[in-house]
Design a protein around this ligand. Structure first.
Ligand SMILES: [Zn+2]
Length: 303
């Protein structure tokens, strides 16, 4: 992707010559930026947290620290009173997958609306627990998948440690304290040109109840937007063969709840392609808003 102003990003065609990715652009300005995907800067992250606290009515429930001491904010929308459903959404375990924080911006922007009946229905019985960026060190260092210690956080959920993966340890401790009734882990996939989810079908504790909830989520979101589909995705795990080091499987097993990894494309959604922008920050934001509609539809059946 390229941009002249860091605001409007457009696609630049690329070709492979051997192992070398080649692209060219006839520029219309003196400066141009190039990126793998529309970036989500730390400056924008700070602004987003500010918006969440001042306009979206969330509170800063806790702040974790990355390996290098950067803040990891856990926001909560809702009172935390007993009996309310606890909906967790985390993003950017993989720091290069910036579509994930654009998605979170969509979620937070929707929370700023005070005349949204669907949102009101959701918030009548659920609290939202949001971690907009799990891996600030990785982004700072320009890593695609790892934190400052070289750890892939989404393979650390059985072995999180203060030394190697305090980012995961922080979120796990908070989940233990508050509980989880629904978990969404937001990502970007480099290969598959569609939006899709991966579930817990390979977990030892997988039950028909969880299977039904997964189907409910997917079919509702599919009918809501052409930017979600259920045909393309990862190969399903065989029963009992899940990789339990993944956040989705680990949380789903521990809390016996609906738990999904949501993947957006780096390139485009081939069901609704946009030649100018491909998949974009704007589309990621809209998906974040749409997912709240789906969560609202199923919030009363989570337990
Ligand atoms: Zn990822």
């Amino acid at each position: 992707m390229a941009s002249y102003d860091h605001v409007n990003w457009f696609r630049v065609p690329t070709i492979f010559e051997g192992d070398c990715l080649r692209f060219s652009l006839e520029t219309t300005a003196t400066h141009a930026w190039f990126a793998y995907f529309e970036p989500y800067s730390r400056g924008r992250h700070d602004w987003l947290i500010e918006q969440a606290l001042t306009k979206a009515g969330t509170e800063l429930l806790a702040t974790g620290k990355s390996v290098e001491g950067r803040d990891i904010q856990l926001l909560r929308k809702g009172t935390g009173a007993e009996g309310r459903r606890k909906v967790w959404i985390i993003a950017q375990q993989h720091p290069g997958e910036h579509m994930a924080e654009w998605f979170m911006e969509g979620v937070i922007e929707r929370l700023e609306k005070h005349d949204d009946p669907v949102l009101q229905k959701l918030l009548a019985s659920a609290d939202l627990y949001l971690v907009p960026n799990m891996n600030p060190d990785g982004a700072f260092h320009g890593h695609l998948r790892t934190n400052a210690m070289g750890q892939d956080l989404n393979r650390a959920w059985q072995s999180a440690s203060q030394e190697l993966s305090p980012e995961v340890l922080f979120v796990q401790q908070q989940m233990k304290q508050y509980g989880v009734d629904l978990f969404l882990d937001i990502h970007g996939d480099e290969e598959i040109p569609y939006v899709f989810t991966a579930g817990c079908e390979g977990n030892p504790g997988y039950t028909p109840r969880i299977e039904k909830l997964e189907e409910h989520f997917r079919s509702h979101l599919k009918h809501l937007t052409k930017d979600f589909q259920t045909k393309h995705g990862y190969t399903r795990d065989l029963p009992g063969k899940a990789n339990m080091t993944l956040a989705c499987n680990s949380v789903g097993e521990k809390f016996d709840c609906l738990s999904l990894t949501l993947e957006m494309p780096f390139k485009d959604n081939n069901d609704a392609p946009n030649a100018l922008t491909g998949w974009s920050g704007k589309r990621s934001k809209q998906l974040g808003k749409d997912v709240l509609t789906t969560v609202a539809d199923m919030v009363d059946s989570l337990r």
